[in-house]
Design a binder for this molecule. Structure first.
Ligand code: SAH
Length: 237
């Protein structure tokens, strides 16, 4: 996994032999399950390494050190575990919660967490719109992340309710994000978010046009959000 270790180094991360073994195991299990169930469109080992593992690790650029060392992170719409699980492998002291609506993906997640021997990972089956109203999960997390879930305008409603005031949402995005940010302006404010900040991912990691959109949680999210399942995307704020 030279691309992964080299890319991680460029992100300022050192991957230990044990972590490398966990990434190998994760890749093996993902390839194996993906033959039977459709978990991800990315199926080539080298693509898993780059577009799942390394891409997930770029999020580390925006996670505060104290959170890496024992804070809490929730990944909403994690699919086969991205970006939450590679971050957990890299920062084993961090408490990671994964939210996923599709049952077969949840089964995979439970299996792979076990296969990697990870502790401090909690998997929730269900929709963010419902789970974000549970007292166990609402405004409980230092960092909320989500990749490829929705445009920021809807994403804010699906994710910011999980985030503590003073915490941050980190959303990896590709391409020009200006339009997406402009469209999300009002929704982010309504949900208690601060003005989004864009942090570019250094080009030498995965090529150009990759950025992290950071949204600080400034004030509590009004209790009426998120609205019913499907509404945040159908009728974005
Ligand atoms: N984050 C992963 C998967 C992206 S696909 C990655 O980047 O590879 C989006 C995933 O979110 C799917 O697995 C889908 O089942 C899940 N999802 C979509 N809407 C959701 C919602 N409202 N609540 C929870 N999960 C959701």
């Amino acid at each position: 996994m030279r691309r992964l270790t080299e890319g991680a180094r460029r992100l300022g991360l050192v991957i230990t032999a044990e972590q490398l073994q966990q990434f190998h195991c994760y890749q093996r299990v993902l390839l194996d399950w993906n033959r039977r169930t459709n978990l991800t469109a990315i199926t080539q080992p080298r693509d898993i390494e780059e577009f799942h593992f390394l891409d997930a690790l770029t999020v580390a650029l925006a996670i505060p050190g104290a959170v890496k060392g024992g804070g809490s992170l929730i990944d909403v719409g994690t699919g086969a575990g991205f970006p939450g699980l590679p971050l957990k492998v890299c920062f084993p002291a961090m408490n990671v919660t994964l939210v996923e609506a599709t049952a077969k993906k949840v089964r995979f997640l439970e299996h792979v967490v076990d296969a990697l021997g990870l502790s401090g990972v909690t998997v929730w089956a269900g929709r963010a719109e419902a789970l974000a109203h549970s007292p166990d999960l609402r405004e409980r997390f230092d960092v909320v992340v989500a990749r490829a879930l929705a445009p920021l305008r809807a994403l804010a409603e699906l994710t910011l309710p999980f985030c503590k005031v003073g915490g941050v949402g980190v959303f990896p995005k590709k391409g020009d994000v200006r339009q997406e940010l402009a469209e999300a302006d009002q929704a982010v404010r309504e949900l208690g978010g601060s003005r989004p900040e864009v942090r570019a991912v250094p080009e030498e990691v995965l090529g150009g046009q990759r950025a992290l959109v950071l949204v600080g949680k400034a004030t509590p999210t009004p209790l009426r959000y998120p609205r019913r399942p499907g509404i945040p995307e159908k009728r974005p704020l």
